[in-house]
Design a protein. Structure first.
Length: 351
């Protein structure tokens, strides 16, 4: 397996990698960084677990705590704790694991290669089947820098159509450069943005072994392109950053009107559990859907009134009753969300 990761030229951004004929996965094995010789019983439990992993030379060892939680017979996920994108070695988003009898499908790839490699080792504890596909909910930094780990193992990378726009934008490169500083050493010169093998532009269903995956394309809602995956027969929905339960969503940079519309159209009556892009699994999908929809509507309503009355943002924010949200995880994002909606409504009002 280390052989497959030994792509010395893959330190270059992927757009260039794809053009490099010499990027042959079958080059010599990479030396490992921390062997068992480095293990010490004085390490905290999480560090001890990670010290047992043979980290390839180009992947920085991570020492955070990561636990694979089972959602249903075939489905697991890891849950990033609330925080900023650079807290906790970048572990603040979720990733899903779908075990089929024909290989593993991963949903989202976490915010650093180190986290993805860590996830891979957790997957190894529940199955010895290869990771055959990674489906990404959207191309935002906190969900994609781990893709290279699975790509180098031979997995097919699947993404919504909007990822193409992200890759063509300055944002992709600028964000990577920013994270190479703010998340160093876990995002470093060896980290690159993986180009998807397959773009999905309309609702699509495919099967992997005994599992049916329905990809629900949502267009540009939370990001330039978003999708969800419904997994059958478990009837679990991986909702990306579009449905949350009891946790403040990230609204800035989204198209909140389209987002709201998509949520209203979505039929989740058959869904048993929703695994969001951040935060805990929801066993009450209708409640999660209603929470996200109500939050978006509350932002629009409260900031809309302020714009209409020509109230300055600071004053409007201070006057708004946030009591139903302020004890929730990621409430820090609320002010940014409110400001984003305020500016958007203000711009619309003068059109
Ligand atoms: Zn996210």
């Amino acid at each position: 397996m280390l052989k497959n990761l030994a792509c010395r030229f893959c330190i270059l951004p992927v757009l260039f990698v794809l053009l490099l004929p010499g990027c042959d996965k079958k080059s010599e094995p990479v030396p490992v960084k921390n062997s068992e010789a480095k293990m010490s019983s004085s390490l905290p439990p999480a560090a001890e677990k990670t010290a047992a992993i043979l980290w390839p030379e180009h992947i920085e060892p991570s020492h955070i705590d990561m636990e694979l939680k089972q959602t249903s017979p075939r489905i697991y996920y890891v849950e990033g704790p609330p925080g900023t994108p650079t807290d906790n070695e970048g572990f603040m988003s979720n990733a899903g694991v779908i075990i089929t009898n024909d290989g593993v499908v991963v949903f989202d790839a976490l915010g650093t290669p180190s986290l993805a490699y860590r996830l891979y080792h957790l997957i190894r504890q529940v199955t010895d089947k290869p990771v055959v596909k990674v489906v990404t909910s959207h191309y935002h930094a906190d969900h994609i820098y781990g893709l290279q780990v699975f790509k180098e193992m031979g997995a097919e990378i699947i993404a919504p159509e909007g990822a193409r726009d992200y890759l063509a934008s300055d944002e992709a490169e600028n964000r990577l450069n920013e994270r190479r500083e703010s998340l160093f050493p876990w995002v470093n010169e060896h980290t690159y943005v993986v180009k998807p093998d397959r773009y999905i532009s309309e609702d699509t269903t495919f099967t992997v072994g005994d599992v049916k995956l329905s990809l629900i394309v949502l267009g540009s809602t939370h990001s330039q392109g978003d999708l969800m995956v419904r997994v059958e027969p478990d009837n679990v929905l991986f909702s990306g950053d579009l449905i949350f339960d009891g946790r403040i969503p990230f609204v800035a940079g989204s198209n909140p009107e389209i987002w709201l519309q998509r949520l209203k159209e979505l039929d989740i009556s058959q869904i048993n559990a929703v695994v969001p892009g951040h935060g805990a699994v929801s066993r009450n999908p209708q409640q999660a859907l209603a929470f996200t929809r109500d939050y978006l509507e509350y932002l629009h309503h409260s900031m809309g009134e302020a714009v209409e009355n020509l109230t300055a943002f600071e004053e409007a924010y201070a006057q708004t009753d946030w009591s139903q949200y302020e004890s929730m995880p990621a409430f820090l994002a609320n002010r940014v969300n409110a400001y984003f909606i305020y500016l958007r409504l203000e711009a619309n009002s003068v059109k």
